[in-house]
Design a protein around this ligand. Structure first.
Ligand code: HMG
Ligand code: MG
Length: 333
């Protein structure tokens, strides 16, 4: 069992984008920048920092350009953003972005609610994004949403996921992240869909993106890893959700994924202690507890001063960590 797990996994952190887009309390630009800068110091290899979408649709990320311009870019770390169309791309490139992500859904109704277009119209809009991105020297990733279920239509045909993924690959995206937008997938379903996709697309070109609405995300990730997929999207603390997918809740928490992977001897290069320190600070920015199970256990043990807390094998955790509490910036902006 689990004979094919990769030795190294790329964690693609989406907290500043997928996490914040669903938060009702406005977060200042300075605090977003501090959030991303703190993530940059944890060893993460890729961070999706914001979205260049219509601010009327996603008010929380209206300051995308300011955020992209203000962050400290760590060498070797990839910073990406969502763009739905040419207008978003132009703004992203002007703000210094070198990687963008396009997105569409495997179900028509969610696609329409999310981007106000049919799937065919959305693919057409990508013609104005993918080639011009490449011409400008930027990489393009893609998301397929509602892979394991749609909040409006229910069942989603796995063949639609395969067809769309192939279409996106033909159009030149370097990786396709398959989204369980409403956190409905279960492990055997995930195996079925991923096996179909992997029959036509190599594993390095596929990533998984699980929301943890029903608690199945880690089990689903394990199935994906055993099929050779080695890029996992997650959000610090388990923040996240699509405002246009009713009932969707947070992404799988980065802390929980990293803990599980390190415990299995799989390398991520991420410092779990540093993640937890950042997560506590973000919790005070958004004004509520983070859903991450690992974070809760970690803080509980810390509060009791228990030095016997489990440290996963190969974690490379720095130890110590900062005191819990307090936002990144006291003054805001
Ligand atoms: P629309 O209203 O159909 O756009 O929105 P339009 O082309 O008709 O233009 C209308 C107005 O929007 C115009 O302004 C444009 O300038 C403006 P006005 O003349 O009315 O003042 N506009 C823009 N403004 C800023 N940036 C832009 C832009 N484009 C047009 N890029 C649109 C179409 C796609 C823009 C809109 O539907 C939109 O922004 N949707 C975004 C929805 C979204 O961000 N959803 C969440 C992300 S997806 C997700 O979370 C799933 C994922 O995590 C994977 C998973 O979990 O499955 C990725
Ligand atoms: Mg998502």
């Amino acid at each position: 069992m689990f004979a094919h797990l990769p030795r190294d996994v790329t964690i693609y952190e989406v907290g500043p984008r997928d996490g914040l887009q669903n938060e009702p309390r406005p977060v200042s630009t300075a605090d977003k920048v501090a959030f991303i800068d703190a993530l940059s110091a944890t060893g993460l290899p890729a961070i999706e920092i914001t979205s260049f979408v219509n601010p009327k649709w996603i008010p929380q990320l209206a300051d995308a350009s300011e955020v992209a311009r203000a962050i400290q870019r760590a060498p070797g770390l990839r910073y990406s953003c969502l763009v739905p169309n040419r207008q978003g791309l132009d703004k992203a490139l002007a703000a210094g972005m070198k990687e963008v992500a396009v997105f569409l859904s495997a179900s028509e109704t969610h696609n329409k609610k999310n981007v106000n277009k049919t799937i065919a119209e959305t693919l057409h809009a990508f013609d104005e994004v993918i080639r011009p991105s490449h011409d400008a020297g930027a990489k393009v990733r893609a998301y397929v949403s509602t892979v394991y279920g749609c909040p409006y239509e229910g069942h989603v045909d796995p063949q639609a996921v395969v067809d769309l993924s192939q279409e996106l690959r033909r159009r030149g995206v370097y990786q396709i992240s398959l989204g369980d937008t409403i956190g409905a997938g279960t492990p055997l379903q995930v195996r079925d869909v991923l096996e179909r996709v992997l029959a036509v697309i190599p594993a390095p070109e596929i990533a998984v993106h699980f929301h943890d609405t029903r608690g199945t995300a880690l089990a689903n990730i394990l199935v994906a890893l055993d099929l050779g997929i080695a890029t996992v999207d997650s959000a610090l603390g388990g923040l996240g959700g699509c405002p246009y997918a009713p009932g969707a809740s947070g992404n799988v928490a980065t802390e929980d994924v990293v803990y599980m992977l390190h415990g299995m001897g799989i390398r991520t290069g991420v410092d779990l202690e540093a993640l937890c320190t950042a997560s506590v600070k973000v919790s005070s920015l958004v004004g509520h507890e983070m859903p991450s199970k690992y974070l809760k256990a970690h803080l509980g043990l810390k509060a009791r001063g228990d030095r016997r807390r489990p440290t996963p094998a190969g974690s490379g955790t720095a130890g110590g960590g900062g005191p819990a509490g307090g936002p990144f910036t006291k003054t805001g902006a």
